[in-house]
Design a protein around this ligand. Structure first.
Ligand SMILES: [Zn+2]
Length: 339
């Protein structure tokens, strides 16, 4: 039997956060999401369109009047090459990369509006010298060439983009930082807790219905010696007493239920530091120390700020439309045409 010491928290929420690739960025430069679904391993096999339009139908026998998206040329850095891309094609590729096409139509539409908002905000506030966005999911938004996608997938992505043509999210007249992520684990996180800058529309909200989502909870096991060595490398002043019960001190939490700070070996570590150090899915974790290993149990996946994609799917299944989904995850915003 394991001589285990319960070292952390059965806290009120369990939730948490961190932006894997965004430490030190100002709120004006937030990454859209995470590589999460874009990594592909998590993407469920897309289901056939069912009652959704086939590609021919979606496009119509006669092409529709060019809309906003088709008339807007976005400078995109695609694998190091600067490409001028119609916003419509860019967004179709983003949907293909960033959200499983098996998700409900209203969730796909919410993603299309969030991704359009993100891209246009980057167009106004450049991160790259020559381009508005790149196609790296960890930096801007992931993108897959629609021409290389299965026709059924492309039709679903394209339909969501077309159905929301030109729509963006604004708060106080300005385009918002429409960040998103795969799964919150039940509650999203404050932007301030992750990036340090407070944005009124990026505050923690409950995100029910995600229980069945991939990575709602996960376990990360680290051999105890490795765990200790990693912390010693982070802070040379740590002291670990013989009894495991003395390794963990006080813990504080963020508004979204993430670990704000955890005392280990008598030294404070932020949840973000620990997530990065041990490759945790989120900062919403509990820690249990056993004789031979440290066991982190995480909730959710990603920085957990903004729209939860799994939560958006859950809301859509409950009958919410894309605007209701967006106004839930981005509080106090308007969904309106760009022009
Ligand atoms: Zn980028």
């Amino acid at each position: 039997m394991k001589n285990s010491v319960l070292a952390a928290l059965f806290l009120a929420g369990f939730w948490a956060a961190l932006a894997l690739l965004s430490l030190g960025r100002s709120p004006a430069e937030l990454p859209a999401g995470t590589a999460d679904f874009a990594e592909g391993a998590e993407s469920p096999a897309p289901s056939p369109p069912g009652d959704l339009p086939a590609e021919e139908t979606a496009r119509g026998t006669t092409p529709p009047e060019p809309g906003f998206d088709e008339g807007f040329l976005l400078p995109v850095l695609a694998e190091g090459e600067l490409v001028s891309m119609e916003l419509h094609d860019y967004l179709t590729g983003v949907l293909l990369a960033e959200m499983p096409l098996s998700f409900p139509e209203e969730a796909l539409k919410a993603q299309a509006v969030a991704s359009r908002t993100y891209a246009l905000r980057r167009y106004e506030h450049r991160r790259h010298e020559t381009a508005a966005v790149c196609t790296a999911s960890g930096c801007c938004q992931g993108w897959r060439d629609p021409a290389a996608a299965a026709p059924a997938d492309r039709a679903l992505a394209e339909a969501a983009v077309r159905a929301t043509d030109g729509l963006v999210i604004r708060c106080g007249g300005a385009l918002i930082e429409a960040t998103f992520f795969a799964c919150s684990g039940g509650r999203t996180e404050d932007a301030a807790a992750v990036w340090g800058g407070d944005l009124p529309y990026l505050r923690a909200v409950d995100s029910p219905g995600e229980e069945g989502a991939a990575h709602f909870t996960d376990e990360t096991r680290i051999p105890l010696g490795e765990f200790r060595a990693a912390l010693e490398a982070l802070d040379g002043a740590v002291v670990f007493p013989e009894a495991l019960g003395g390794w963990v001190g006080s813990v504080s939490y963020t508004p979204g239920g993430g670990v704000a700070e955890m005392e280990l070996g008598g030294r404070p570590f932020t949840g973000k530091q620990l997530r990065k150090c041990f490759g945790l899915r989120s900062t919403a974790f509990t820690l249990e120390l056993c004789v031979d290993e440290a066991v982190f149990t995480t909730r959710g996946w990603g920085h957990r700020v903004g729209m939860s994609q799994s939560g958006a799917a859950a809301m859509a299944r409950e009958g919410a439309d894309y605007a209701e989904i967006l106004k839930w995850y981005y509080q106090g915003v308007r969904v309106e045409p760009f022009e």
